[in-house]
Design a protein around this ligand. Structure first.
Ligand SMILES: Nc1ncnc2c1ncn2[C@@H]1O[C@H](COP(=O)(O)OP(=O)(O)OP(=O)(O)O)[C@@H](O)[C@H]1O
Ligand SMILES: [Mg+2]
Length: 238
């Protein structure tokens, strides 16, 4: 669904990604793991057209999207939930969803139908639709950030550290929500996480980045069982 090949990205003298290649299969969860500064956010921002690579390309169903405007990439079906969620605290839940729907052309009725469908998927957001987003818990805010990206009905969802700052129980619930979303809608997910343990539980494929390079790319259970990866790259020492 998404193909990344030979991607290199630099910020001035800092090279954030070096010759990164992998692919994300349709309807599956591909997790990208790595420590602080590994290049995870840079990778997602490059896929969604916010950062221009120095070399390499990204394809969506075989078509090159590198060089396309970020808005067009969203319109072509790639949704991005940024690190830190980007929810507007002063806006209500529904106003935040409305922001997500600005990018797609729709009638008022179609827009409202999309909101109702999302309230079905995320009942807590339906209950709080008139509440300001600033009053939501961290987990609810992450749900809102995801719902806001889903309003545009993406085929691919890029999630940047959704578990950041959430308690283990809330993280577990969030991961199962992501997993169900994939299973019921056929959505393709690229899940960036530092929390390798949680992400590996729901992912099909796992890519491990270390200082901008891919050091592993395999089925999630194979990565999860690899002692060397666990110890040196994933911080999963028991
Ligand atoms: N706008 C920028 N300008 C300069 N350097 C940057 C910029 N954004 C990121 N970097 C550098 O690029 C490297 C990769 O950063 P990136 O944010 O992609 O890592 P990350 O894996 O998402 O880290 P974290 O887990 O902390 O979010 C880091 O060395 C970082 O300092
Ligand atoms: Mg990051």
């Amino acid at each position: 669904m998404i193909g990344v090949s030979g991607l290199s990205v630099s910020y001035g003298a800092v090279q954030a990604l070096r010759d990164v290649s992998f692919s994300a299969a349709p309807g599956k969860i591909t997790t990208v793991l790595g420590a602080n500064g590994a290049g995870k956010t840079t990778l997602l921002r490059t896929i969604s057209g916010l950062v221009r690579p120095r070399a390499g390309e990204v394809t969506l169903e075989g078509d090159r999207i590198t060089g396309t405007h970020a808005e067009d990439i969203v319109r072509r079906g790639v949704g991005h939930v940024p690190e830190g969620r980007g929810v507007i605290a002063e806006f209500t839940v529904e106003e935040n969803l409305r922001l997500g729907s600005l990018i797609v052309r729709r009638s008022r009725a179609e827009r409202q139908a999309a909101f109702e469908r999302l309230y079905g998927q995320f009942p807590v957001l339906g209950e709080r639709r008139r509440q300001s987003a600033g009053t939501l818990s961290g987990g609810e805010r992450q749900m809102l950030a995801m719902a806001r990206a889903l309003v545009a009905e993406p085929r691919v969802l890029l999630l940047d550290e959704p578990s950041l700052g959430l308690a283990p129980l809330v993280t577990a619930e969030l991961m199962s929500t992501i997993s169900q979303l994939c299973a019921t809608t056929g959505l393709t997910v690229i899940l960036v996480e530092q929390n390798a343990k949680s992400a590996l539980r729901i992912a099909d494929q796992a890519v491990v980045l270390y200082i901008g390079r891919v050091v592993a790319d395999d089925r999630a259970e194979v990565v999860a069982a690899d002692e060397r990866l666990r110890q040196y790259y994933l911080g999963l020492v028991e």
